[in-house]
Design a binder for this molecule. Structure first.
Ligand code: BJW
Length: 234
């Protein structure tokens, strides 16, 4: 009989959305949507040229709005609907495919493409429309302070209080489609493992965090995650 887990944490990265047609960050050519990630996803780049960064995310928003969840996201829905345990999803992804698949308890630690934050008053609001450096905050009415609510290099992550609560008590940690090179998310497996969790990695290839996982399942998440879910539900 399969082991029964009480607190499952699933960490997801760009690889879970690859089969929905979305680009991962560290592809063979080193580019991400034809840009170096450092040119658009650092707080310095945003401060230097906010409209360049706004334009980049304005162009990306319609693609992410149209994207559809794939069998990997739907496998999580199946697990959450049928498994007798708390299941939390810590996602590094800014797309909303977990929500579209009706996944519950989703924590966007790197932010969301459809949210804007005002750097003046902290107000966060949702939109799928374009944003520019001239727009006013709907709350404080100050112009020029809006930023995509996306965590750039050098910025603190979101929901870290929740992460700090979840990792020490999780008994199964599943990592799906992340290269494990961006911190602090790359270190989450270590915290879970030291707290006694079983650790499983699903990826297309071996990662540098490989040694921290008890089990590796190589292949596309759209096939491997549904299989793992069926195993857990057996
Ligand atoms: C498939 C698949 C399929 C493909 N099926 N698999 C400790 C040590 C060293 C450095 C640091 C450290 N702590 C902090 C840092 C600095 C920095 C950092 O980590 N730098 C490293 C690069 C060295 N981290 C930060 O700055 C973070 N902030 C922070 O720590 O705050 C505190 C602090 C502040 C100031 C100083 C010091 C500390 C913030 C990190 C923000 C990350 N932001 C980005 C961009 C967001 C914008 C956007 O999304 O548009 O988030 S970077 C980018 O990488 C994005 C991703 O969420 C993130 C992770 O990428 P991910 O998801 O792993 O994607 P890939 O492409 O790398 O991998 C995809 C994987 O999928 C591959 O393995 C494929 O094989 C696989 N795959 N198809 C299964 N079908």
């Amino acid at each position: 009989m399969a082991k029964v887990y009480r607190n499952i944490v699933i960490l997801t990265g760009a690889g879970i959305s690859a089969e929905s047609g979305l680009a991962t960050f560290r592809s063979a050519d080193g580019l991400w949507n034809n840009h170096r990630v450092e040119d658009v996803a650092t707080i310095e780049a945003f401060e230097r040229n906010p409209d360049y960064v706004h334009d980049f995310y304005n162009q990306m928003r319609p693609e992410l709005m149209a994207a559809k969840p794939n069998p990997a996201h739907l496998a999580i829905t199946k697990l959450q609907n049928n498994y007798c345990s708390k299941i939390n999803i810590i996602t590094q992804n800014i797309d909303t495919l977990h929500e579209k698949a009706n996944n519950q308890n989703v924590w966007h630690i790197h932010g969301q493409i459809n949210q804007i934050v005002c750097l003046n008053c902290g107000h966060v609001y949702e939109t799928w429309s374009d944003v520019s450096s001239e727009d006013k905050c709907p709350q404080c009415q100050i112009a020029g302070m809006l930023k995509p609510n996306i965590v750039f290099f050098g910025e603190n992550l979101l929901y870290m209080d929740k992460v700090d609560e979840l990792l020490p008590k999780c008994d199964l940690f599943i990592s799906v489609g992340t290269s494990g090179v961006v911190y602090p998310a790359a270190g989450f497996v270590q915290i879970a493992k030291f707290s006694g969790a079983d650790t499983v990695e699903l990826n297309m290839e071996q990662t540098s965090n490989n040694y921290l996982f008890d089990r590796h399942i190589l292949g596309p998440a759209g096939s491997t995650l549904p299989q793992l879910v069926d195993e857990l539900l057996a």
